[in-house]
Design a protein around this ligand. Structure first.
Ligand code: HEC
Length: 213
């Protein structure tokens, strides 16, 4: 360095103090305040914890990268017309109490899925759509997931789930069996249903006292 104060001649104490203050502020705003805000959040009455099979399906949702194209956070009508799209009311913190890690997602290459279990409750539809999205939504750019299924000649054995597919997807005599991972993934998709009210119903006495002049 030529003229003026070089880096090493600066007041180190001021530098370190400044750095610590900024770090403390950032930690407060980004870690402590959110923690205090979210700590009291409880599960809404209508939300059930995931079962073991649904949790296995959730792992498969993560492993197959569904979150890269699908969000799980319907937004308020002032931010996006999600409710008009049929994706459900704006989500609230309580909707995610059983989600660790949460799968909010940011990309919306496909529709938001937080309420897909209510919007599309047919397991057969989901299995077929995962096997070949374009058979259900022409021109869909969603990848197919053939490795979640077994294609073979013959019929399904006892305990196996054979797909009911639109015509033309299988050769004569072929049967498509859903592997356990596909069944778990669909169990998870069907559990995505946050259509209960975001807030508990107000008690009669609370309504009366709030409406009082
Ligand atoms: C490359 C982006 C992409 C990926 C990855 C992807 N999807 Fe999709 N998905 C889409 C698009 C686009 C649509 C809309 C067209 C359609 O229905 O196929 C869609 C539609 C859907 C629908 C129907 C939504 C509705 O409202 O009807 C479901 C359910 C779904 N995807 C589940 C999944 C699951 C589960 C995975 C992971 C195994 C996944 N998707 C991975 C892009 C993607």
């Amino acid at each position: 360095m030529s003229q003026g104060t070089s880096f090493w001649e600066m007041d180190e104490l001021r530098l370190i103090t400044g750095a610590m203050v900024i770090l403390a502020l950032a930690t407060g705003i980004l870690v402590v305040v959110p923690y205090l805000l979210l700590r009291p959040v409880k599960a809404p009455a209508g939300l059930k914890p995931y079962t073991d099979i649904q949790l296995a399906g959730r792992q498969s949702y993560i492993a197959n990268g569904c979150v890269y194209c699908h969000s799980q956070q319907p937004r308020d009508i002032q931010q996006a017309p999600d409710a008009k799209r049929g994706w459900g009311r704006a989500s609230v913190a309580g909707d995610y109490v059983y989600d660790t890690p949460h799968l909010l997602g940011t990309m919306r290459t496909g529709p938001d899925l937080l309420n897909i279990g209510a919007r599309q409750p047919s397991a057969d539809w989901h299995l077929g759509h995962l096997y070949q999205p374009r058979a259900y939504t022409p021109g869909s750019i969603m990848p197919s997931y053939p490795y979640l299924f077994e294609v073979r000649q013959g019929v399904a054995q006892a305990g196996e789930k054979a797909l009911t597919l639109p015509p033309g997807l299988t050769k004569p005599g072929e049967v498509v069996i859903a592997k356990p991972e596909a069944l778990a993934l669909v169990a998870y998709l069907l559990a995505l249903d946050r259509t209960y009210p975001a807030l508990p119903p107000r008690s009669a006495s609370a309504v009366a006292s709030e409406d009082a002049p």
